[in-house]
Design a protein. Structure first.
Length: 359
């Protein structure tokens, strides 16, 4: 199958890359990362102005009406530029509202997402529970009780999209206001030094968003959003290493001419292409209404296991420069490790795939 990007999809990637590349140099990244919210609001506003935050949302609410593959290109460009901003949680939550919400919810919440003034967060992970599709948080009488962890941009969120069991005991999605009664936040740091939030809900007002298939819908797209971001991270880490080894000389010739280096980076070229292919295939299947369950697990395995091979190899080929905080590769390694373990690393995906095959 041919997963070459269409002109529209390529244009989305190119425009996102141009905006991020023009605005995010090392100095700007250090400045944003030193702040409390890990959020480059000025650049995020530029993405919104260009229509990229709402690129995959429906046109009747002001979105671009493009497909999931185009959405993946925005995330890929974010990964390629290690851009600290809530593109993934906001666009994922907005897609859920667009696809699963009522017309009233869509028209009330989405226009402000598209223009960049509303930030959304996704709360679908719980302590000591790797089964994302069967949450333990509960909603009764329109009130949510439970705890969610590793919520990205939980302090900046105007609304949360939360997975929980409804009154009948079935998994469902709910919208919770960021300033709702009974909602409390506890901050910690992720692997990429991003502030992430534990959000506790104690009899918190919650608005139903989607029914019994909604949690599966969200988890599938959340996994692929991580994969799409990892594509950009891995591609750029490999490109930086190819450039470095072509210029760095040892024994009077470029390191890239050494057979061991050439072979190792050739393996990573194959890995990067595998990460990109499996992600594109799964996004395409989802977008066309086809069964993508196996493909999503395979894509996340590649975006975890093979991505780790990429960052290990690129680190080693850089030598001491690879671990310097003043050199760009440092951030790509941290981002890759964060994405690798988010929603479960490779072993969890293999267990889930094995259970499906056995069933």
């Amino acid at each position: 199958m041919d997963f070459t990007l269409s002109e529209e999809q390529q244009a989305v990637f190119d425009l996102t890359s141009q905006i991020l590349g023009d605005r995010l140099d090392m100095e700007r990244l250090r400045e944003v990362e030193a702040g409390d919210d890990w959020f480059d609001r000025q650049t995020y506003a530029e993405l919104a102005k260009a229509g990229l935050i709402g690129v995959a949302l429906a046109e009747d609410v002001g979105g671009g009406g493009q497909d999931l593959v185009a959405w993946g290109q925005v995330l890929r460009a974010q990964g390629a530029n290690v851009a600290p901003m809530p593109v993934l949680p906001t666009t994922l939550a907005a897609l859920a509202i667009d696809q699963l919400g009522t017309d009233e919810q869509r028209r009330r919440l989405l226009p402000a997402v598209i223009d960049g003034t509303r930030v959304l967060a996704v709360a679908d992970q719980e302590p000591f529970d790797e089964d994302l599709r069967h949450p333990r948080s509960t909603v009764a009488g329109g009130r949510l009780t439970g705890t969610k962890i590793v919520v990205e941009y939980g302090t900046a969120a105007d609304q949360f999209v939360v997975s929980a069991l409804d009154e009948g005991g079935s998994p469902a999605l709910f919208v919770v206001e960021g300033d709702a009664d009974g909602l409390s936040r506890t901050l910690s740091l992720s692997t990429r030094l991003e502030p992430v939030t534990q959000v506790d809900f104690a009899d918190t007002p919650a608005e139903t968003l989607g029914g019994t298939t909604a949690v599966d819908w969200l988890v599938d797209r959340h996994l692929l959003a991580l994969c799409a971001t990892q594509v950009g991270v891995s591609e750029t880490a490999l490109r930086l290493t190819a450039e470095y080894t072509s210029e760095r000389e040892q024994f009077g010739r470029p390191v890239a001419t050494f057979q061991a280096v050439t072979q190792r980076l050739a393996d990573q070229y194959i890995n990067v292409n595998g990460i990109r292919l499996t992600c594109s295939a799964a996004l395409w299947r989802l977008d066309h209404g086809l069964d993508a369950a196996d493909g999503i697990l395979v894509a996340k395995w590649w975006a975890s296991e093979r991505a780790q091979e990429v960052v290990h190899a690129t680190q080693h080929c850089h030598g001491g420069m690879g671990v310097s905080v003043d050199y760009p590769l440092f951030r790509y390694t941290l981002w890759s490790k964060h994405l690798t373990v988010s929603l479960g690393a490779g072993t969890r995906q293999l267990r889930a795939l094995g259970a499906r095959l056995a069933g």
